[in-house]
Each structure stands twice: as C-alpha cells, then as structure tokens.
Design a protein around this ligand. Sequence first.
Ligand code: MG
Length: 419
Amino acid sequence: MTLGKKSAQIERSGKTFIHLMTAAVANGTEDIYRNNNEEEENERKMKSKMVPFPHLKDISTYEPTTFQYNPGEAHPQPIKKRDWIRVFRMALPEFTKRARMDASVEDSEAKSEVFRVQFEKYLDDLNENEDEKMNVIHMCRFRDECLRRLGFYDCFGTVKREENVKALEALPRVLEKLDEENAGILELVKGVFAGNIFDLGAAASQALFSSSANKEGEGEDDIAKSFFETRDTKTDVFVVNDFDALKERWSDATRVHKKCCIFVDNAGADVILGVLPLARAMLKRGTKVVLCANDVPSINDITIKELEDLVFPTLLRMNDKDNVFKNAIESKQFACIGSGSDLPVIDLREISESCANECLDCDLVVLIGMGRGIETNLRAEFNIDRINLGMVKHKEVAQLLGGPLYSCVCAFTAGAKTT
Ligand code: MG
C-alpha cells in the first residue's frame, strides 16, 4: 500500500484506526505469531481434551498435509512457498470484506483494516524468512487467530445463516427429485461436488458465489434447479478417481457399513444439498451416520451449533418421503457432534474426545471438501474404509493433482480391518 493511501485510510477511520495500528505495531506482528501460537494452542487444548481419530492406521507416520508447503527450489514439486502465499493473499480481500461487514464488532471497519495489515505482514514475512514449520494448517490458524483477537469470532456468520436457510428451503425439492431419478452413488457423489462449490475461503469460488448471489428473488425451486444444473454440467472431471472401487464397495449389499462418520465442510448448499442426501441414502440402507462439525467458526464452515440449532430441528420437521431424517434422528441413527476443530482443515491427531468416542464403532469415514478431504487428509491411511470427496478450487492444487480447476476428488480406500 502506498503511504498516500494509508494516510487517507487513517484519516477516514479516525482515532480508532490510529490507536489500533499503534497497538499492532507496538506488539510487533512477528511477536504475535511467534509467541501467541503456543499460548493459544495450550489454551485450546485445555478447554477440550484433544485425542487422535481412533482409526488412523499409524499415528507416528500420519502427516496432516498432502502437499509440501516449503519444498525449496531444487525440489521437483512445481508449487513453491511463494505460490501458497499467493493463494492466501488472493483470498484476503474476501476475509477483510466480511470482517468489515461484521455488525457484531464495534469499529469493524478500522479493525478489519488492522486484520488486513497484520495478515499481509505475516505473508510478507513468510515470503522473506525461511520458516520450516510453514504449512496450510499454520497459515489458516494464524489468519483465524488474527481475526479472533480483533473480536471477529464469526464474521461469515450472516452469510452462513442466509445460505443455510435458503438451502434448507430447497432441500425437500432436491430430495424429491433425487427420489424420482432413483439416484445412485454416482449422482449422490456428484451432488456433494456440486454443493462443495460454495466456499468463501477460496478466491475462485468467491467470484462464482458473488455472481450467483446477485440473482434476485431466487426461490427454492430455482436453487434446486441450479443445484442439479451444477451437478449435471460441472462435476464430470475426476482428478482423483477411485469411483469404480467405491461403487463396487457400495453395491455389496452383504456388507453395508454399520456406522459412518462424515467430517463436513461448508454451510449452506455444501452440507445441506450435497452431504445430507448422501447421509440420507446411507440411513435408508441401515447405516448409522454422525456428522462431525467444527466447534469454533472458521470461514464459512458449518459449526456444530448451526447443525444443532437450525439444521437438525428443520430436518425433524421436514416431511421427506418416509420421514427418513425424522425417524433416524429420533432413533439416534443420525446425529451430529463437535469435532473439536477451530480450523477449515483438520489434523486428525487432535479431535475432541467426545468425537473420537462417537467414531469408535465406525467402519467408514468420509472427509468432505478441499481443506479436510484434499489439502490435509488425501494421503492419510485408515484402518477402516474411507472416502474423500471435494472439488478443487485452487489452481495450484489442481496442478499438483494433474487436473483442471474445478475438477473433483473421489478417493476411496478399503480399510485393513474392513476387507
Ligand atoms: Mg470450508
């Protein structure tokens, strides 16, 4: 930013901005991210006991990152540290905008600017300094902590609420149509991909979302229609394709999974129009299903509170064919639980103890979305069957996987204990 622009902003936002900027500079942004991580990390762990996901094949070799984040110039991976930094830089305007619009925070305009400056500085410093520990988890954590420290606990809360309500209104129509077409595993998986396009954490999806959000007066029929259009026109390219193996396993009626835990991703169309129909198909087959969601808000990911306060009560009232959701919730065949996570990605060495206990008797784990299913757990190995489903929304990730932007990841492996 030029000095001229900076002083204009200081003038505009007045004393608060000057005060906040002075404090930020006095604290030293470097100190914030060097000293703060450990302290907050400990605080987080103390609040809720964090334990490993019980079905990791070998916790000593598990790495919660799929790609290298600081591979060095000599390394064959074509995406380097500076490219990952650019990914985060490109998403920054949306975060700053949502923070500025957060009506629950006093002086949100000035504070959003402090956030922007702090995060830019963090990215600049990362670019300049060799930081062995740099990876997607650290970068996501620093961004969320910057926001929370300034009081932005859930600055995507409003857009999540709007998207949840719209998607829940469209859900009965979507389920009706899926029942009409007698949707199989392919249609359900593609539905997950279609829903997963809704992601305000990725610059490419932000652009798609703002063009579709501008359509005025969109009713539930339009939303259902555009969901099916997306499913039928934008989910054909599979960059990781274990679909045949998944279909074979799914079609084996003698070994229907007993219980499945699904680590869900985004609010709105993603979880409601994408994941819920897949969960419903499992429930109809007799599988128990538990949705594992963040305890703490991060970007536009659905939280356990939003599932408990809005989604599950709506499903209880909804008259889908045969009342699948109502019966399953009442009989505890279908439930949700907090994963313990406060990030848009997940390190499966650290989930809440209650989530780990709930997952103990699962024989299938499903990891949804870019953060959990692609960037952090695509190569993870499990003792139980696993499915990773997500749409690739960063061109850098697409390049590393060898496909185009908006290609789909459908990974399936059979677990050692379940074959
Ligand atoms: Mg997400």
